[in-house]
Design a binder for this molecule. Structure first.
Ligand code: SAM
Length: 312
């Protein structure tokens, strides 16, 4: 009430309560309904029908509460055409709070980080090239918020095809890190062993970001992302998300007589959580803001003079 005036909402509530009580009485006491009805010569059932209608009207006119949050289509999506460094910022923005401690255990040339502001996270880069094997990390148990893993994810059919930074055998020709397994099994072995180590160093609720690509090995379709999801679930990881990176343009021409399988032109960022009890993922309160250009692609960050030293 304001100075004797009843506000609109209060009026509606008042009317509603009054009508509810009146209807309850009418339904309970047909006697009473008859008395009321007789006042203006209406039949009792018509009277109660009118009351019903009025009641419904008060409900309809009741103001709807608008849902929380602001309408936007500025969202993170599950698939992007582009390169790893264009997609990685979106993965981080959804899953890793700024200021978190992130161990990129296959840092390589640091391509993933080209579009991430240098001071956004506490980055711990390491790689076998600087002497740190992702299967034996120099970190304490449960000390890291996020582990990023992007190993060589292809075997080398015939030695020279597909020889690039994703090629497994290329990295291990000097036996710097050995596996009893061969080809795709060796690729998987590295993923599985590294996942165990990531589990050890991740804190509860920590995020494990894994890059992978499916491959056809010895004419057999190997859906690496499925094999990883299955095995990591056995370890206790929860598969929280999957991003598809679709490459720009066509992959290089191969000499082949008959094409048997679709040529892979996509890869994945898989996002796993090391669960924190039974708590489900509900999103971050504080997110990395991805600075995008007019095409919605993250902008390159200005280079800093500071060299990022690879561990150790
Ligand atoms: C596909 S590249 C990673 C590229 C990287 N994400 C970037 O942004 O530049 C694979 C990397 O895994 C590293 N690597 C291979 N085996 C490893 C191991 N056992 N432990 C740590 N790093 C390894 C390689 O030295 C190479 O730098």
């Amino acid at each position: 009430m304001v100075d004797g005036l009843i506000l609109e909402d209060e009026q509606q509530q008042f009317l509603r309560r009054f009508l509810e009580r009146l209807l309850a009485r009418l339904l309970q006491q047909s006697e009473g309904a008859n008395v009321l009805a007789s006042l203006d010569g209406t039949r009792a059932d018509t009277y109660s029908h009118h009351v019903h209608c009025l009641l419904q009207m008060t409900m309809v006119t009741k103001k709807r509460k608008s849902p929380d949050g602001k309408p936007t289509n500025d969202l993170v999506f599950s698939a992007y055409v582009g390169t790893n460094d264009e997609v990685f910022p979106f993965v981080l923005s959804l899953y890793v709070e700024p200021g978190s401690k992130i161990a990129d255990v296959t840092y390589g040339k640091g391509v993933f980080w080209r579009k991430i502001p240098r001071d956004a996270y506490e980055l711990l880069p390491s790689d076998i090239q600087s002497g740190v094997d992702c299967r034996k990390l120099p970190y304490m148990d449960k000390s890291i918020d996020c582990v990023v893993f992007d190993p060589p994810y292809m075997h080398t059919p015939g030695g020279t095809a597909h020889v690039n930074h994703q090629n497994y055998e290329g990295y291990y020709k000097n036996n710097s890190a050995t596996s009893e397994k061969k080809y795709h099994e060796a690729v998987l072995d590295l993923y599985f062993t590294a996942a165990r180590e990531a589990w050890r160093v991740l804190c509860n609720g920590g995020v494990y970001i894994v890059k992978c690509q499916d491959e056809v090995c010895a004419n057999q379709q190997r859906l690496t992302h499925v094999e990883l999801i299955n095995k990591l679930s056995e370890y206790g990881f929860v598969t929280e998300d999957m991003f598809v990176v679709l490459r720009n343009g066509k992959p290089g021409v191969s000499r082949l007589l008959t094409q048997a399988h679709a040529r892979k032109n996509h890869s994945f960022f898989l996002v796993f959580l090391k669960p924190n009890g039974r708590k489900r993922w509900t999103g971050l309160k504080n997110r990395l803001l991805v600075d995008t250009n007019g095409l919605g692609k993250p902008r390159s960050q200005p280079p800093t003079n500071e060299e990022l030293p690879l561990f150790p």
